[in-house]
Design a binder for this molecule. Structure first.
Ligand code: FES
Length: 101
């Protein structure tokens, strides 16, 4: 599946992967602004992304634990997700994720 990131510099980077989490994909490919400091256990919010509204229904809302974490982030919006909580599946094909500042 193809996943496109829009970085803080407004650069578009499209990556391909079949499994793992979106955060891991981003970190492994040095996507700026995605640090994954907590290693993917939903406790740092350094993997915050805004999902393209067109895809948000497919991806779905954050879990409660994730929402609590996101609330601590100033740039949260209704399309916010923590990318470590997004598992790469066929459903994600073509998705566009903007890295949160
Ligand atoms: Fe820490 Fe996602 S990597 S919350």
């Amino acid at each position: 599946v193809k996943i496109t990131f829009i970085t803080n510099d407004n650069e578009k980077v499209t990556l391909e992967a079949e499994s793992g989490s979106v955060m891991e994909l981003a970190v492994n490919n040095n996507i700026q602004g995605i640090d994954g400091d907590c290693g993917g256990v939903c406790s740092c919010a350094t993997c915050h992304v805004h999902v393209d509204p067109l895809f948000f229904d497919k991806i779905g809302e954050a879990t409660e634990i994730e929402k609590d974490m996101l609330e601590l982030d100033d740039n949260v919006n209704e399309y916010s997700r923590l990318s470590c909580q997004l598992q790469i599946t066929d459903d994600l094909d073509g998705v566009v994720l903007t890295v949160a500042k």
